[in-house]
Design a protein around this ligand. Sequence first.
Ligand code: 3H9
Length: 703
Amino acid sequence: MNVGTSDRGGVRILTLENPPVNALSFALCAQLLPLVEAASADERIKGVVFTGASGIFSGGADVNDFSTEPTPETKTIRDVIDAIERSEKIFAAAIDTNALGGAFELALACDYRIGTPRARLSFPEIQLGLLPGAGGTQRLPRLVDVQEALQIMLKATRLTAEEALAKGILDRVGDDAVETAIAVIGDGRKRRLSERKAILPKGVVPQALPFIVSQAHKMVPPEGKGGYAAHKLVDAVEAAVTLSFKHGLAREFRLFDELVRSKPSMALRHVFFAERALSKIPGLAGAHATNVAQAAVIGGGTMGTGIAICFADAGIAVTVVEPVDEQVERAKQTIFGMYAHQVQRGRLTQEEAWTRGRSVRFTDDYGELKECDLVVEAVFESMDVKKDVFAKLDAVVKPGGLLASNTSTLDIDEIATATKRPAQVLGMHFFAPANIMKLLEIVRGKATSTDALATAFAVGKKMRKVAVLSGNAFGFIGNRMLFDYAREAVFLAEEGVPPYRVDAAMKAFGFPMGPFAMFDLSGVDVSWHIARARPDVMTGRTKIVDRLYEMKRLGQKTGAGYYRYDKSKGGGREPIRDASVEALFAQEAERAGVAQRSNVSDDEIVQRCVYALINQGAALLEQGIALRPGDEDIVYVYGYGFPPHDGGPMWYADEVGVKSVYDAILHFRETLGAHWQPARLLEEIARSGGTFAAYEAKEPAHA
Ligand code: 3H9
């Protein structure tokens, strides 16, 4: 970490060097501040250019610093910006690639902002449960109007150089931003944003400000549902108009400091770092990732088509093996329809869409897969069918080619026995719809080589997936935890809590949909098959799933499942409470001798469902199926809609207190039955007064 200094004519160039993203850490700011002050005091200097080393201006404040308590000696971006405000010199920011958060704020405090064509400016603070806290909420509304500033900050819009130039945020764009900045300083004068007034949108009178502000408050989620920082951000921007610059700044600082200590922000920062820790896998550092130039997908159904699109989007040519003509036609229509939509929305050019669409080929001949570096099988979920496919693939695909299964429950080691290359066999479990969902579970079999894993992670990165390593458990990480969550939801309904109430409680907790709506979406037949395959995992007390299955109430696709669906309402996707299902639950419960209860609170519903996730999460850690609690959190945030401002189930356990979770589980065991056996690891952490976050710091169990 360093700040490079050099002089060109009367201009001092200060280069931020703090790999990997030139974060403006407390330590870097402590170096930067005296350099700004020295330049300000130097009579030979007319101005200062800030730039970043290694092709990036800066990723903003160092997010790690937010967890340390600043001392009176601590120097932050605010101190550097104060020094710029006090100085009579002319300051310019020369921005190549990213200027994010605090770095954007540093640039806004400068008199001029110059970008290369690759410059990207944004305020991502909101995604960390924060607001721009180094003057951004006060300066941006003085450069673009209040409404536009709100949009940019609330949506964390990533402005391209062109957009920033058009909005007047960048003054110039040039291939050599430093050279341009030096020239601009040569002709320039001081232009402090702090001396301007906030700008109201065209045609808006000052009296209309409360309306803009109330609209902004309405646009964001409620405080308890992920909107905690957003409302404070709106308050800070309002202050830019209603208060003096100095007082507005003080307001922003206070709000930022409150947010840094808030639970939602701590949870979101955990998600940020947990996501970046995913690929740090013991033993993988020296592994060699093969370049995947040619891929294949076996099966052109919904899942296979989605996976083929992922390859095409990643720039990897892909062959889909599908013997049924109608299926091929349907897949082609899906692919071209999807790309046409992207062109319509302006997300892709016609040419890009063509290139991607054409990179997907269809065949019914395995013989064409000889040169494939990676094949993903996405056929019917049956061990016999999959083994047959793997045996065929093993016979044709070149030695070293990876063979992956998209199975969501089957044993990867058993699938690998159908081949002579178990080291090249692994799971790549995509989530539906595969081309939209970010989560990818990469499943390591007993014999899977580290090179194969490294290749799968590299492909996941190219696909812009969030890839999580899982051991070979039934349901891997996500579904294995889900089975216990689902069990509790069904048990609650058997005890007399109507499905709509369970769903409402889970939605109020923060899930986008409740468990019963989710069962109906994925299909009651799926639950039925799983319960048949593994009655030990999908433990049921009643025959409710069998009954629904017999009645062909398979969920949304048949217009009825746990709910009713009406095609004329919400396209047949909106769950409608169905008293007949509630009666069926009561009947089945009576037959199975499950006592009915009338006193189940919403808190109990949430605790039973969420603690079931936590308990199984702990068990998977103990067994080495999941590497870190953070990996499980990412699976739940990205794959199952766990509210990110609660950080994922394991982070949430720490927030509630692992001991409280453990005590509640003991109580459930006593009152609800032996299936509530606390995981050993949960017990250990609870007894020692520890946290899952601390466990994370330990050497992972499965390497
Ligand atoms: C802020 O600025 C507050 C101010 O308003 C007020 C202050 C008073 N800090 O993502 P990658 C690390 S809030 C610390 O894989 P990419 C990251 O952990 C901040 N570390 O790379 C990883 O470390 P490791 C607002 C950071 O090329 C490594 O860099 N800024 C930070 O795909 C590579 O990261 C943000 O929210 C950081 N700010 O993407 C920016 N940024 O190798 C968040 C990155 O040990 N960052 N790291 O795992 C990003 O969006 C992306 O990281 C970036 C690079 C686009 C920069």
